[in-house]
Design a protein around this ligand. Structure first.
Ligand code: F6R
Length: 238
């Protein structure tokens, strides 16, 4: 894992956007894995800015999102479908984008369909990740065994509490999610992991110890041949 430390979140987003820009120049029809959450908001704003300025072209690229709450309606402002449209897909043209369907009646069938769709697209070239306070990537929560492909997962108390900041008092927070598995993430050719903010410093420290802590799902990334960790000084504990 290659680690690059930046002074600010803005610089982190610029550096991550540079990696995506390079990927799109090399392969315009890249298959991009995307995440949601607070950490990626600045990067998507940078994608929108660069694409508007003609500096990045996503029009031949495909996007697959890591996860979606379950059950949730796409029209719910808390859905990741809604988040992605609002932050990115309504502003930047992609050849296509796909998000696990939080409205599916049969979640197992939806997960199998999603994996088949990724496979048919040729697999993910460049995967974007954030990290949970508990070390989760996607919604692969700390566990004693880990899923390979997309599956229906129960969110842990830590993730529910962390993400409750996005929900208003009258909004129902789904207790489950459809998430790519550790195997799906690991099969990506390249991975960019963004970590920002002092509250992520304890988990970043455990990851950066370079040991496989099996209760920190992100540690599996230490075994992947092409992971770039982009982190700010606050999360790096500097
Ligand atoms: C989101 C996802 C999660 C987030 C993580 C960090 O699609 O898969 O793993 O990346 O929970 O979220 P933030 O950035 O809100 O701290």
């Amino acid at each position: 894992m290659k680690k690059i430390v930046f002074d600010s979140y803005e610089e982190m987003c610029g550096a991550a956007a540079d990696i995506y820009a390079k990927q799109l120049l090399k392969k315009p029809d890249s298959v991009l894995g995307l995440a949601t959450g607070g950490t990626v908001v600045g990067l998507y704003a940078e994608f929108v800015r660069r694409s508007g300025a003609g500096e990045m072209d996503f029009s031949k690229a495909s996007a697959f999102n890591l996860d979606e709450y379950y059950p949730i309606k796409k029209s719910n402002p808390q859905s990741y479908d809604y988040f992605m449209r609002q932050k990115l897909f309504d502003h930047v043209e992609f050849a296509r984008f796909s998000i696990p369907d939080g409205e599916a009646h049969d979640p197992a069938a939806e997960c199998a369909r999603y994996d088949a769709e990724i496979e048919a697209a040729g697999g993910i070239d460049l995967m974007l990740l954030g990290i949970g306070l508990n070390g989760h990537i996607g919604f692969n929560e700390p566990a004693i065994s880990y899923a390979m492909g997309t599956g229906l997962v129960d969110l842990t108390e830590s993730s529910l509490v962390a993400n409750s900041r996005f929900f208003g008092p009258d909004e129902i927070q789904p207790p489950q999610a459809l998430s790519m598995g550790i195997g799906s993430i690991f099969a990506s050719r390249s991975i960019v992991l963004l970590i920002s903010g002092a509250n992520k410093a304890p988990i970043a420290k455990r990851l950066c110890e370079g040991k496989i802590h099996t209760d920190v799902p992100a540690c599996f990334l230490l075994l992947h041949p092409d992971v770039t960790l982009i982190i700010d000084r606050a999360a790096n504990g500097d």
